[in-house]
Design a protein around this ligand. Structure first.
Ligand SMILES: Nc1ncnc2c1ncn2[C@@H]1O[C@H](COP(=O)(O)OP(=O)(O)OP(=O)(O)O)[C@@H](O)[C@H]1O
Length: 356
């Protein structure tokens, strides 16, 4: 699958709802920050030097030895239209940061979309592995293998004392950020989420919104990741996050059970109202869509609504993002046109899902 195919489909492997604990953990991500010793950090690079970094990465990625990492394609950001770039971001395959100064940046994408390597983001390389459900160890193993493959041809900035050197001091050491995207509607409804967020920060974890740093939580989706990259091994960071995630999964499931037992009518009403609005509304903002799709997903996970593949609801959350709607319509929609088209897309999709 080429990068052009990737931007034509809203679906990505991480949305499959097939991994462990996928009723609560939507996806797992591990990213490694790496820099090439011969170059200044990206924010100090002029165009020519930034280009040299892209060439250096391109030459390793296209080498014979790297082929065993899978089918990888490097695209400069300028080879993609602004809408296509935005779609890669909406699909979580690149970060919002990679959209800035596109003339200096590139992305390497594996054909199954599980591995992406951002070039000249905050660091020269951001190696990202993204899998469905709670699969942090698998993400780490994969990221480690890709890292080894790149290290064959690139000289990474590394200090015996500090570990990998990175543009921002918060990433020095392992350069590893592990994160889980969790769907926590019951902990939000019962109000337990605030105390949990406070506890998580005391445990050295950060909670971010849907598109990472500086973005809001929407659709009851929270991204939990490690704050510290120094002084712990990669395995310790992963084990720590897995342990906390499993506790959150237990708490969310318990809250769902209690809510459903004690407020059966309210929960069923909430789920079916979401179903009704999504099926019949004519104008739908993206915030409303995320909230209603979250309620629908809760209904599917509680088996109030049978027979709907949960992954398709996650796909709908991506399909109804602004750039994707523009792409589907083949036009630059204004906000009102988008809200109308979003409502139409959701109706069509749900119609075919519930008929199937
Ligand atoms: N578990 C996850 N599943 C799907 N997407 C994720 C997950 N974790 C992070 N992302 C996405 O990765 C992108 C970057 O996230 P974020 O800003 O938190 O991390 P980062 O850029 O790696 O870290 P830093 O802030 O240290 O540079 C965002 O688009 C975010 O939505």
């Amino acid at each position: 699958m080429s990068i052009k195919d990737t931007v034509s489909s809203a679906f990505s492997k991480w949305m499959e709802a097939s991994g462990p604990d996928c009723d609560v953990v939507i996806s797992s991500r591990v990213r490694l920050a790496r820099n090439i010793a011969e170059f200044a950090f990206p924010h100090l690079l002029g165009h020519e030097e930034a280009d040299k970094v892209v060439y250096a990465v391109q030459s390793v990625v296209s080498s014979q030895g790297f082929k065993e990492q899978g089918d990888m394609e490097l695209s400069r950001m300028t080879e993609l239209s602004p809408t296509e770039r935005q779609i890669l971001m909406e699909k979580h395959l690149i970060s919002p940061d990679l959209l800035k100064n596109p003339e200096k940046k590139a992305v390497v994408l594996r054909d199954d979309e599980v591995v992406s390597i951002m070039v000249n983001e905050e660091d020269h390389l951001r190696i990202q592995c993204l899998l469905p459900g709670l699969q942090l160890k698998e993400c780490w193993d994969l990221a480690n293998t890709v890292d080894d493959g790149l290290e064959v041809g690139l000289n990474f900035a590394f200090s015996e004392e500090k570990g990998y050197l990175t543009s921002c001091p918060t990433n020095v050491g392992t350069g590893l950020r592990a994160s889980v995207m969790m769907h926590l509607p019951a902990l939000v409804t019962t109000g337990q989420i605030n105390a949990i967020l406070t506890t998580l920060s005391k445990l050295g974890l950060t909670v971010r919104g849907l598109y990472g740093e500086g973005t809001q939580a929407t659709g009851n989706l929270f991204q939990v990741s490690n704050q510290v990259t120094l002084g712990l091994t990669e395995d310790e960071i992963i084990d720590n996050l897995v342990m906390v995630t499993m506790q959150l999964v237990t708490q969310e499931r318990a809250a769902r059970r209690t809510l459903y037992k004690e407020q059966k009518n309210h929960i069923e009403d909430r789920v079916w109202r979401a179903y009704g609005l999504l099926n019949y509304a004519r104008i739908m903002s993206s915030t409303d869509a995320m909230a209603l799709l979250s309620d629908l997903r809760l209904g599917v996970d509680l088996e109030i609504i049978p027979g709907v593949p949960a992954g398709q609801i996650t796909e709908l959350m991506i399909l109804t993002r602004p750039a994707f709607l523009n792409k589907l319509k083949g036009a630059e929609l204004n906000q009102y046109q988008r809200d109308v088209y979003r409502a139409e897309m959701i109706r069509k999709r749900l119609n075919s899902l519930f008929k199937a």
